[in-house]
Design a protein around this ligand. Sequence first.
Ligand SMILES: *Cc1c(COP(=O)(O)O)cnc(C)c1O
Length: 381
Amino acid sequence: MIEGFETLAVHAGQEADPQTGAVVPPIYAVSTYKQDGVGGLRSGYEYSRSANPTRTALEECLAAIEGGTRGLAFASGLAAEDTLLRAVCKPGDHVIIPGDAYGGTYRLFAKVLSRWGLHFDPVPLGDLAAVRAAVRPDTRMIWVETPTNPLLGVADIAGLAEIARQADALLVVDNTFASPYLQQPLALGADVVVHSTTKYVGGHSDVVGGALVARDRGLGEELTYHQNAMGAVAGPFDAWLTLRGIKTLALRMERHCDNAEKVVDLLLAHPRVTEVLYPGLSSHPGHEVAAKQMRRFGGMVSFRVTGGEEAAVRVCDRARLFTLGESLGGVESLIEHPGRMTHASAAGSPLEVPADLVRLSVGIESVGDLLGDLTQALGDA
Ligand SMILES: *Cc1c(COP(=O)(O)O)cnc(C)c1O
């Protein structure tokens, strides 16, 4: 019985090609399939929006590494979210979302789906009593991110699953920040896992993609139907790149965590750093919950500096090995100023972030080089 995470990441959905023995699923750059007589489909393939063998390989692997019954691959994380929300919710339904939801997710609710009659409330998910109080008779879904972006807040997935169950609502976990290697939401009671596979799952900053993984077969069927009906699927080359990334996910995440822990130590000791946000710190308000539901604490680190916004921007500008850029989860280290970059659109909203905040996506480079670069970027005083 094969069930180790690393084994599944390398093999699930990836039998050697029956014709050639190729050990890696080929890129099936094809839209349609010859039928053996009308309706005589070979292995079920008919048209590549409905299914494509390269995408199938990725989808089976995603289901295996998240411990679900069905995995589905999309053109982006937001395409996956949109498909899920319109498959499951109808006008008039209510969704509880994180008080500090990913900006694109917030925008999808606030600017797109609200026009179609979906109601939502941002709630601080670290506070289970607040979530319980926000549940309404028409609440259809609780949408969770943990850890959150960029403040690294932590929510108790098992506790939220219990609230969702009592409310007859679905629990959806955006597992992008943790990755399936560090956190398994379906085993903690979630119904659906969402990923921006653009981030850790793909892991090499070379492809945009998204995924849904359902725990139950019935919901998996429903989502599969909508994936085809709505059509925002991953193309074969994108699916292939993502599958290639998954093979090393466990190795990469261990190194991301190793390096992040050393970066945290450096920042904690630095006179110009006023606060370090990392769920691995025992001083972090969500540390105990994170320790319960995560294998390790990930590669994302945020910190605040003395000197306010100008100083934070200067640190970002001075970094050299840490590349100044948005996104996260790739092998290369990134640095950014959330207030002016990823979270600029949140200014003046409840999602506004501190101006002196810097966010790091710690990569897998030699840690001495990363520490050296941060030291020079932080400067003296
Ligand atoms: C990037 C991201 C998304 C959106 O995914 P895209 O692939 O950019 O569409 C959703 N959730 C989180 C937590 C993200 O970081």
